[in-house]
Design a protein around this ligand. Structure first.
Ligand code: AMP
Ligand code: GLY
Length: 425
């Protein structure tokens, strides 16, 4: 079997790792991949947003399956193009990927389907947006409707901040086209969860819940990022809560998308706020595996991932996926200046040996002409540890992260702090 993985970050390295672990004989390719992926896959030097060349590569390479990691190629229609050429693909159509690529559309789907989410309104007109802000209670969240690499949501404590945010987006063109439409919504209080489900558009196989750490700094301070670390499973994500998220959030979204002619097949990611009463509210939907959530969720699965991706690409339901006992924690090592202006180029020194159960996924790395591994992106490496207990996984991920050196390394030592507090009482 030949599988092409589109993307070149930590999520795609984790996907390749999971597929290889299940079936070392499978021939993996990655476009564009990274030096970590290169140990498992043949790299094709095609950017993840060049859907013309990716389509040609998938067809001429006769891949049995293409797995699309990031949202951008999905929003551009890569899955539609591959389907039109008869190539099996894991990842939704552009119409279904709009659930992530347009927050205005996503909110509309949620309202139509009665899915619990923050009250909101969508604007393209600045003065209408400003008067909405004047008549609503603080705090408010202002979001660029389009794709903004995790930076498009601004939590505004005061109305003045919210007004400045909509002026920046609708007036000054911050975030470009992505910010020409804004969603203004009420602030949700609670604890966030990431719930991923593999779906053919109708049946849904939930994966263990995880928790991302979006803020740059320890104690959840500083700017929002793509995610500085994650862990799985999450104690408050009880079977009863996951059942509610399936029944009240994910299945209604799939039904509503299907009703609109935008059947969603792939990985549906629900970003959930669990309110103080234990009720789930949707913060956002994504149309793909989370990054860094994939780096903790996939290592918790005991096989059946390849089969699930193939079955969904063929339009079938995924079989149940066995989950191993224990826990998994990943720590992100980022570059100095992330998320605004990460510095590239520092040489990376990896320890010769890693503790048992620790895997390093590459995210923003490159090999220079002399074979030196260097920083090439904001999030550089993800140190994932799997262990029988959360505390061991947390300690090992931290030790592994500590043992890797590069100039400007930025990381959080407190990944999983909420879970640690619960477990230590
Ligand atoms: P989003 O791009 O919609 O995922 O938002 C990024 C992050 O901003 C989320 O993961 C939350 O931490 C925060 N956020 C977004 N919307 C809200 C909201 N309505 N209430 C509270 N926090 C939010
Ligand atoms: N970690 C958040 C995301 O993948 O969007």
């Amino acid at each position: 079997m030949k599988i092409l993985i589109v993307g070149g970050g930590g999520r795609e390295h984790a996907i390749a790792w999971a597929l290889h672990r299940e079936n070392p004989a499978v021939q993996l390719s990655a476009a564009p991949g990274n030096p970590g992926l290169a140990t498992l896959a043949t790299l094709l030097p095609i950017p993840a947003d060049d859907i013309d060349r990716l389509t040609e590569a998938a067809v001429s390479g006769n891949y049995d399956l293409t797995v699309v990691g990031p949202e951008v190629p999905l929003a551009l229609g890569l899955a539609d193009r591959l389907a039109a050429r008869g190539r099996p693909v894991f990842g939704p159509s552009a119409a279904a990927a709009a659930l992530e690529a347009s927050k205005a559309f996503s909110k509309d789907v949620m309202k139509a389907a009665g899915i619990p989410t923050a009250a909101s309104q969508t604007f393209t007109d600045l003065s209408a947006a400003l008067s909405y802000i004047d008549s609503h209670a603080e705090p408010l969240v202002v979001k660029a409707s389009g794709l903004a690499a995790g930076k498009g949501a601004i939590v505004c404590v005061t109305r003045a901040e919210a007004s400045a945010a909509v002026r920046a987006m609708l007036g000054d063109g911050r975030f470009g086209e992505a910010g020409r439409t804004v969603v203004i919504e009420a602030f949700l209080v609670g604890e966030e969860l990431s719930v991923l489900g593999l779906t053919n558009g109708e049946e849904l196989t939930l994966l263990p819940a995880s928790q991302d750490h979006k803020r740059l700094g320890e104690g959840d301070t500083g700017p929002n990022t793509g995610g500085m670390g994650a862990y799985a499973p999450v104690t408050p994500a009880t079977p009863a809560l996951l059942q509610r998220i399936r029944d009240e959030v994910m299945l209604p979204a799939l039904i509503e998308l299907d009703r609109r002619g935008a059947r969603f097949a792939g990985c549906l990611y629900a970003g959930i706020m669990v309110d103080p009463t234990g009720a789930p509210f949707v913060v956002e939907f994504n149309c793909r595996f989370g990054d860094p959530e994939a780096q903790v969720v996939l290592p918790m699965l005991e096989g059946g991932v390849t089969d699930a991706l193939v079955r969904i690409a063929e339009g079938n339901a995924a079989s149940p996926i066995p989950v191993r006992p224990g826990a998994s924690v990943t720590t992100v090592l980022a570059a100095r200046g992330y998320p605004d202006a990460p510095e590239k180029g520092a040489a990376i020194s990896l320890p010769a040996e890693l503790p048992e159960g620790v895997t390093v996924f590459h995210a923003g790395t490159t090999l220079d002409a002399r074979g030196v591994l260097r920083v090439s992106g904001g999030r550089v490496l993800n140190v994932t540890a799997v262990a029988p207990t959360f505390a061991e996984a947390q300690a090992k991920s931290r030790e592994g992260a500590d043992a890797i050196a590069f100039d400007g390394k930025v990381w959080r030592r407190d990944i999983g702090w909420r879970e640690a507090g619960r477990q230590w009482g």
